[in-house]
Write a protein that binds this ligand. Sequence first.
Ligand code: UDP
Ligand code: MG
Length: 327
Amino acid sequence: MDHPKPTTVSSTRTLHQLTCIVPVYNEAKNLPQFIPQLIAECAKFAQKLDIIVIDDGSRDDTVMVLKQLQKEYALKVLVFSRNFGKEAALTAGLSHVDPHSDAAILIDADFQHPLACIETFIAEWQQGYDMVYGVRLHRKDRPVFLRMLSTFFYKLIDRITPIEIPHDAGDFRLLDRDVISALNQLTERERFMKGLYAWVGFSKKAIDYLPEERLQGQSSWGLKKLIELAITGITSFSNLPLRMWSIIGAVISSLSLFYALLIILDTLLNGVDLPGYATITVAITFLGGIQLLSIGILGEYIARIFTEVKQRPPYIISRILTSDPSK
Ligand code: UDP
Ligand code: MG
C-alpha cells in the first residue's frame, strides 16, 4: 500500500534530532542489551538522540534496570502508575517528544523489531515519506488460530471502515514530526493506534521485515487482549455494526409480511388450520436472539461513549526519571 512520494518535498531531509519511543512491560531481562544496541544504531544517523522509555506498570525489576542504565546512558523514563497497555504507553511517549525532534521511531524492547531496519526507515524519511512502517513477513510467534483470527479481523475492518489499515503492520514505524503533532491532537481515550496512523493520512512507505524471536520473556498479548483490541478497532472506526440493524429489521419485517400473506391465502383456500407451535417457537427465539445481539452491539458503542465522556486520561504517569550520564 505504498503511497506516491510527496511532490512537495523535493530535496532530501536531514536528520538532526531523532527520538526513540520504547514501551516496556516486564522487560528487565531484555533492556540491558536492548538500550545500548538501540543507542549505538541510532547514533549513526542522528546528531542528537532522545530515548523515551515508558514503563507500563511492570511487575518485575524493569524500573530498577532502567535506573541503572540511566547512569550510563541518557534516557527519559516515564513510569506509569499501573499497567495501562501498549497503546497508552505509545500515546504517552508521543506526547513527550521534544518539538525540535525531526522524527520519532516506535520500537519494542524485545528485539522482535530488527534494529537493522532503522537505517532503511530513516533513508525513506529522508526521501520525503512522512511515515515509514515495518510489515512482518511472517507471524510464526503466534499460534495458527490467532493468526487466522487476525487475518479475519483485517479483512473485516478493510470492508467496513473507510480507512486503509495495512495488514501485518504493527507499531514498528518512523513518524515525521508533522505526523506526531497530528497524532497528539487526537484526544480520544480508546486508542487503536493502527487505525489512528491510517486515519491521520500523510505519505507512507511500507518496509518488509522478518520478525526475530523474542529474546527473553513472553508476549503479553493473549486472546482476550487481542479480541478487546479488535472490538476497539471496529467500534472506533466503523458505524456499520450500528446501521446494519435497520437493514436486518427491514428484511425480517418484509419476510414476516410475506409470511402473513401466505397464511391468509392458505386459510382462504384450504380453510382454518391449527397453526404449528414449532413456527411460533422458532420465530420467537430467533427474533429474541437477534434483539439481544443488537442490544449488545448498541451497548458496545454506549460503553465507548461512556469511556470518552468520563474524560479520564488514558494513562497516569507516577514518576518521570531523567538521567544525565555526564554527571
Ligand atoms: N508492552 C507494553 N504494555 C503492555 C504489553 C506490552 O508496553 O501491556 C510492550 C512490551 O514490553 C514490548 C511491546 O510492548 O516492548 C510489545 O509487546 P509484546 O512483545 O508482548 O507483544 P508482541 O510482540 O507479541 O506483539
Ligand atoms: Mg514482542
